[in-house]
Design a protein around this ligand. Sequence first.
Ligand code: ZN
Length: 386
Amino acid sequence: MVPSSYDPVALTQALVRCPSVTPADAGALDVVQQVLEPLGFTCWRLPFSEPGLATVDNLFARRGSDGPHLCFAGHTDVVPPGDPAAWRFDPFSGELADGAVWGRGAADMKGSIAAFLAAVAQVNAADGPSSLSLLITGDEEADAINGTAKVLAWMADNGHLPDAALVGEPTNAAGLGEAIKIGRRGSLNAWITVTGRQGHTAYPAQADNAASRMAKGLAALLAQPLDTGTAHFDASNLEVATIDVGNPAANVIPAKATATVNIRFNDTHSGASLSRWLRETFEAAAGPAEIRFRISAESFLTPPGPLSDLVADAVAETSGRAPILSTSGGTSDARFIKDYCPVVEYGGVNATIHQVDEHALIEHLIGLRQTYAALLTRFARTWGAR
Ligand SMILES: [Zn+2]
């Protein structure tokens, strides 16, 4: 049963009731598709797979073929709820209580999708963008391999690339109108292994202490700040996530030590430049080490301009607040979209995302629908005239 496409609350409930923990879809994309088709959208289901990974379903929907073309991007998959007994309500109940919809995904980001669908239904097609599309993936929270990146490649192959994109991730800490994201920091993981020679702590000359060398190497990495920030980014930051030696004896010099380091970096660096810096700095202090890197995202920025102005104006008009232009937080699928067109992010409130008792306030869902509706009409009025 698909609820009224005008009601962002009922739509959020319907989406939360699909237990779409990645890679499961559990009917979530059907809910979106059943709202969009009567509104004149053509829908394509785009399941993708890779050897060794589960197949993940995605949805691309488009109305109108002439530009300017605006694309809304989001994800229907959610992170696991953990122990359901720890929740006030069943995490997939979509319960309505205390002025909020409760459940996994209500805030990240089924509520934003519901608000956008309701905005699309509310604005006459003639008053909205000449062409409007939605890229809704089921693979954002986990590997992000069979999702947005592959849908974008399909869109490029089939003449569906947009002129601008909005990602509906929840960008606000406490209330609507706080922040638009215009970029994101990059993220680099390094797995470090130091191998020495085991021995007696009383006879260090006959051993090579892997734990001591690890400590020196990590201290060198932490000795200097990576930078002091840039015009639109905070300073880059390195965190030691874990150090493991597993030596139960106080009188044994360990032969092996491992550590994991995560760096969130701004546009001063690239994943490659930081990998080089990390290896050189670590080995200069600690000696040879085995280091494996994974760059899960490069940093990116859509410089303040027409798109951020347009979104900021719609946010200000409907929330009464002037949002800041932020690049904080983790990464998002905007990192894939930025290769094709300008992209900014604006959505609901992220105070309870990935937590027990995740919920979205009804007043925020309704306010967000108003902002998205204002954005649709502003895009139609101003983008073609640029
Ligand atoms: Zn999300």
